[in-house]
Design a protein around this ligand. Structure first.
Ligand code: SF4
Length: 368
């Protein structure tokens, strides 16, 4: 009987996937609610292949930088932010940051810098533009993936100008793309509970919409495993899908598992997400987000063995070498902060896939 129930739930969705029909809210919810994890993974892998995906699994060689951990917002899920007065707060000027990035480049020869920060009220737009300009001058071939939509919104408030104006200044200074952070969960109920100081979802979308229309590609995320419902996860994905229909500028979707350590939620007894939930998110996002080509299994958050499994649940990208990640480490991630290329290649090959090193824009650089 249980098997029949499972077949009844997923069979109509499989038919839609095979016919390349779009899944709706109810389908998304049925996928979230299924307990048949293996069937879900198989369906997500089918969707990936039906839409033209091959055996390639991508990664990028990247350096993570944070200019400042000083933040005015106080999101309840965050273990990274500090106030200016706290002993371990920091704000690094452009010259020091560039010197460090150049030294790391000589060691690791990365192709991308990924940089996100606290929303520091003690700096101005020039603080951000200056570092882009100096990095571009020092490392002209490196792609600068800098500043979440929340940070762009913060800069527009600091400077009293529009999102469009901030993005133009940053683009002229060398900005290549935006990371996907700040999305959290778009539902106002959840935002109010976990990040009451953060701008509403509409601002996040306005910034990505503006960036896409300006020719700046971006990434998108969903933070799961806290107080959100399955309905709110699916709603979040459908909003991203609608934006992608309109502007097509999302390069990849990254489901982010919530890490409660060192946050308010740890004191309230929240635990890390389970492997089953991580795999479910990979699969459902692949199935629902039919117009976003790349779904990442972010190994630094889920650990490399689970990321490897996610490659059979719809994911096709393991992010990168990630030199010096600080945000998930502050919240208790135990996966280390760096994965050497031979290790990434080994994991991908062992999953039966073809490792491909890419640049930020998914141009192939090398395959094994
Ligand atoms: S998540 Fe970002 S905006 Fe929120 S408190 Fe942390 S650093 Fe600040």
């Amino acid at each position: 009987m249980a098997v029949l129930d499972i077949l009844d739930t997923l069979a109509p969705i499989r038919e839609k996937v095979e016919a390349r029909e779009r899944l709706d809210f109810e389908d998304g919810l049925a996928l979230m609610e299924t307990d048949d994890l293996l069937a879900l993974g198989e369906l997500a892998d089918l969707a990936r292949r039906v839409r033209g995906g091959g055996d390639e699994v991508y990664f990028v060689q990247n350096l993570y930088l944070n200019q400042t951990n000083v933040c005015r917002v106080k999101c309840k899920f965050c273990a990274f932010a500090k106030t200016q007065k706290q002993e371990d707060s920091y704000t690094i000027g452009a010259d020091e940051l560039v010197e460090d990035a150049v030294a790391q480049y000589e060691l690791a020869n990365y192709t991308e810098i990924h940089c996100v920060n606290g929303e520091n009220p003690h700096v101005d737009l020039e603080f951000y533009a200056d570092v882009l300009r100096k990095l571009k001058a020092a490392l002209p071939d490196v792609h600068l993936k800098f500043y979440t939509a929340s940070e762009i919104h913060h800069m527009s408030k600091l400077e009293g100008c529009t999102h469009d104006e901030v993005l133009r200044v940053l683009k002229d200074a060398g900005l290549g793309s935006l990371p996907g952070g700040g999305a959290e969960i778009f539902a106002p109920r959840v935002r109010q509970l976990i990040a009451p100081g953060k701008e509403p979802a509409e601002e996040w979308f306005h910034i990505h919409d503006t960036a896409h229309k300006m020719g700046i590609p971006t990434h998108c995320t969903l933070l799961y495993g806290h107080v959100e419902t399955y309905e709110e996860r699916v709603d979040h994905m459908l909003r991203l899908r609608a934006q992608q229909d309109a502007t097509g500028g999302f390069l990849a979707f990254i489901p982010l598992a919530f890490h409660p350590e060192n946050t308010v939620f740890e004191r309230r007894g929240f635990k890390f997400t389970t492997g089953a939930d991580d795999l479910k998110m990979a699969a459902v996002s692949r199935l629902v987000l039919d117009n976003i080509p790349n779904i990442k299994a972010y190994w630094i958050m889920m650990g490399m063995p689970m990321a490897q499994l996610a490659l059979h649940f719809g994911s096709n990208d393991v992010q990168g070498t990630v030199v010096r990640e600080k945000i998930f480490q502050a919240a208790g991630a135990t996966s280390g902060t760096e994965q050497k290329i031979p290790e990434l290649v080994r994991f991908i090959k062992d999953a039966g896939r073809i490792p491909v090193q890419r640049d930020t824009l998914y141009n192939e650089l090398h395959r094994w």
